[in-house]
Design a protein around this ligand. Structure first.
Ligand SMILES: [Zn+2]
Length: 263
């Protein structure tokens, strides 16, 4: 897999010093989010585009999403169960017949920590699905308040390192046959200084929106959309955001990332 380097078509007219646009479509991708719905916000268009070209798209949700409500009396176990159903539906809406596994590690929402055990569990999933590209939160985004997003980013990066080297967690190979695996690219969304754009075509944008709307439990607290007019406004906000992200790269719409390819 290679990426277009600076000097090739698609480079921004200004403001982005070193950049690349559109990786070759990977055979397998793994997207890692703190909560159900984070992946759809961060890289849903990219995953939908790749899936349409045959990429198998796997999801890993680290927490149970059980704090994703403003209802102080909510049944949190029921909410966590509902969010699993929503995440599976979102994965299908993004990838259709290219949808891969959807794994939930089940850490309590709001209490995710980048422990050695959590790192081992993330590395295990990476070794199981053997992605060419891993996507996740950028843990180094400044002034990020939500601890789950910070820890999810660290676990993604640390999980990649542990997955790629044979002497990390040797029991994974010894007891489970999960030998080391080195992805080719790591793409981090929410980056303060993105250096890579993935173009999002209209079909992929439509799939991203449909996948976001699979997370119906989040309409009030995250999408701020409890009726059709507000839902339409939400769609417009997402559409405008992707147009804005694409503009510096000369793209009609894009999702942008910090790309790490020397893995
Ligand atoms: Zn989140």
């Amino acid at each position: 897999m290679s990426a277009n380097e600076p000097g090739q078509p698609g480079q921004p007219d200004s403001g982005v010093a070193a950049h690349s646009v559109d990786l070759d479509v990977p055979a397998v991708a793994l997207a890692i989010g703190a909560h159900p719905d984070d992946v759809e916000f961060g890289c849903g268009g990219t995953l939908a585009k790749w899936a349409a070209a045959g990429c198998v798209v796997h999801h890993l949700a680290l927490t149970d999403g059980s704090k994703g409500t403003w209802d102080a009396t909510a049944d949190l176990a029921a909410l966590a169960a509902r969010r699993q159903v929503e995440q599976r539906e979102a994965a299908l809406r993004l990838a259709g017949s290219s949808a891969g596994t959807v794994t939930f590690l089940g850490y309590v929402d709001g209490e995710l920590d980048s422990t050695l055990d959590a790192r081992r569990r993330v590395a295990r999933v990476i070794r199981e699905v053997r992605p060419d590209v891993v996507l996740g939160h950028d843990p180094w985004k400044r002034y990020r308040l939500h601890p789950d997003h910070r820890h999810a980013g660290l676990l993604t990066c640390d999980g990649v390192v542990a997955a790629r080297d044979p002497h990390f967690f040797p029991e994974l190979a010894r007891d489970h046959g999960l030998t080391h695996h080195r992805p080719q690219h790591l793409l981090l969304w929410e980056a303060d200084a993105p250096d890579h754009a993935e173009s999002v075509d209209p079909a992929a944008l439509a799939a991203k929106l449909a996948a976001l709307e699979a997370h119906a439990s989040q309409f009030e607290s995250t999408m701020h959309a409890v009726d059709e007019a507000q839902l339409e406004a939400f769609r417009a906000r997402v559409t405008e955001r992707l147009a804005g992200l694409g503009r510096p790269y000369g793209l009609p719409a894009a999702e942008v990332f910090k790309r790490i390819s020397d893995l």
